[in-house]
Design a protein around this ligand. Structure first.
Ligand SMILES: NC(=O)c1ccc[n+]([C@@H]2O[C@H](COP(=O)([O-])OP(=O)(O)OC[C@H]3O[C@@H](n4cnc5c(N)ncnc54)[C@H](O)[C@@H]3O)[C@@H](O)[C@H]2O)c1
Length: 444
């Protein structure tokens, strides 16, 4: 479906009223006749949101959006939902969304139908990550502000779509927030500001953990085609989830990149498929990766969904004058410890408050580059572990191997139900996306 931009109001196109007023020619007399406070109040354009991917997080993000609107006292509501599967889309008819059936779209084209609902100016994307680049591109082409969940790609080509689309969003004056919610969490923000201000001296090394109990959920194999079986059980397919290191550990890698104000340039590591056994799927369930940032600073990363006697979802950073748990604590060597004691608004709500404020005040907010850098950091670690070789950032960024159907990145609405290859779980001696041709053995 082609959305006719010329037929859209500035609000529907996601363009702020302030931009619109700037662009319109307003005479001095006309401007004087405007009641200025009313113009400002009016500048708070109503937020008309859609949810794309109404699963666990999509439903949760919708509720968080509703709470953000209430906290800010602004006019905002969910006006449509889109999900690939009809039974999921129908959840839009239930509380708290209570939408009519004709605003609950399903199928591969569902997101485009929801984007075309009049006055929509805010899209929440919570599909599996493999669809993020294509659907994000569709949202920005349609001129919408976006909240999108992490991670945002599964390979280099997907990351390139994200970077390019992020630039397009900035050019259009659209606002974009990502579901790396620690960047909207008051205790992390204050602690990392202190690290940046020198509270622990120069950074020497970092650690990142998503070491969780296991194994991860597995929904079984349901559907008439391989594509359907894969999407319904998306965590287990590399093109859809990016594997465990992308899917969950991206949060902790993002905190390290935030502290370092950049991304690593190299990675090498290892991992295994330990508890998934003979279950269908391609992914591993644990990784240990060493990353190198510019200047030779190393970050040690551990993640897994396997049973063990300890767990930790956290980060740590060590400096020349102390160390920090960047969530909320600074321990300077020989100095007074700092522990954040302030109020922390639920970051899942705060991220929508920040996005709505940026739209209403026309302040800069575009988190595409940060979340794509952090996703690519995870992909670099994964490919290092899969291949058994060291992997460099530029090599990955320029790589051409696409794990999923390429059309998922260009126009996922054009996908049809068909068979799609399943990969064998990677073995370092057999799996290498950088070789020519790429070595990625398939099942069967
Ligand atoms: N920020 C966080 O802390 C956090 C927490 C949980 C999940 N997430 C992220 O949210 C995303 C979704 O996770 P989830 O747990 O909700 O998964 P889920 O399986 O519960 O929901 C995904 C939904 O997307 C739908 N979908 C699949 N392909 C689609 C397509 N092409 N178009 C429209 N809908 C499609 C599915 O039918 C499903 O309803 C993931 O990227 C995950 O990492 C983030």
């Amino acid at each position: 479906m082609n959305i006719q931009k010329s037929q859209q109001s500035p609000e529907a196109a996601g363009v702020s009223r302030r931009h619109f007023l700037k662009a319109a020619s307003v005479t001095a007399a006309g401007a004087a006749a405007l009641n200025f406070p009313d113009v400002l109040a009016d500048a708070k354009q109503p937020i008309r949101a859609i949810i794309i991917g109404l699963g666990g997080r999509g439903g949760g993000a919708g509720e968080n959006f509703i709470e953000a609107v209430k906290n800010l006292g602004v006019d905002g509501k969910i006006v449509a939902v889109a999900d690939l599967f009809p039974e999921q889309a129908r959840r839009g008819q239930e509380a708290p969304f209570n939408l009519p059936a004709d605003k609950c779209f399903s199928g591969f084209q569902a997101y485009k139908l929801a984007l075309a609902v009049p006055e929509v100016n805010y899209a929440i994307i919570a599909t599996p990550p493999g669809f993020r680049p294509g659907i994000y591109k569709g949202c920005i082409e349609a001129g919408k502000n976006v909240f999108m969940e992490k991670p945002v790609a599964a390979d280099g080509p997907g990351a390139r779509v994200m970077y390019a689309t992020g630039e397009e969003a900035t050019k259009k004056g659209l606002k974009v927030a990502a579901g790396t919610q620690r960047r909207h969490q008051a205790d992390y923000i204050e602690t990392i500001k202190r690290i940046h201000d020198g509270a622990i001296g120069d950074i020497v090394t970092l650690r990142a953990y998503w070491v969780n109990g296991g194994p991860i959920w597995h929904r079984g194999d349901h559907g008439d085609t391989a594509l359907e079986r894969q999407i319904r059980n998306w965590y287990h397919y590399i093109w859809l989830s990016g594997d465990h290191i992308c899917e969950q550990h991206v949060h902790n890698l993002d905190v390290c990149n935030w502290i370092m104000k950049t991304h690593p340039v190299k990675a090498w590591g290892q991992g295994a498929r330990q508890m998934l056994g003979d279950k269908s799927g391609e992914i591993w369930d644990n990784f240990a990766v060493e990353y190198e940032y510019p200047g030779g600073i190393h970050m040690f990363s551990y993640c897994g969904q396997i049973t063990r006697k300890w767990s930790s979802v956290s980060e740590a950073v060590h400096g020349t004058k102390g160390w920090s748990n960047p969530n909320n604590t600074i321990m300077p060597t020989g100095g007074q410890p700092f522990r954040f004691r302030g109020n922390v608004i639920n970051p899942y709500v705060q991220e929508h408050m920040d996005l709505i404020n940026a739209i209403h005040n026309d302040t800069p907010l575009n988190e595409t580059q940060n979340v794509t850098d952090s996703t690519l950091t995870a992909i670099m670690g994964r490919e290092a572990a899969y291949s058994g070789a060291g992997v460099e950032w530029d090599q990955l960024l320029k790589s051409n191997f696409t794990y999923g159907p390429h059309i998922a990145y260009t126009d996922p609405s054009a996908l049809v139900w068909e068979d799609y290859r399943t990969l064998k779980p990677p073995l370092p001696s057999l799996h290498d996306i950088f070789s020519n041709p790429p070595a990625v053995p398939t099942v069967g």
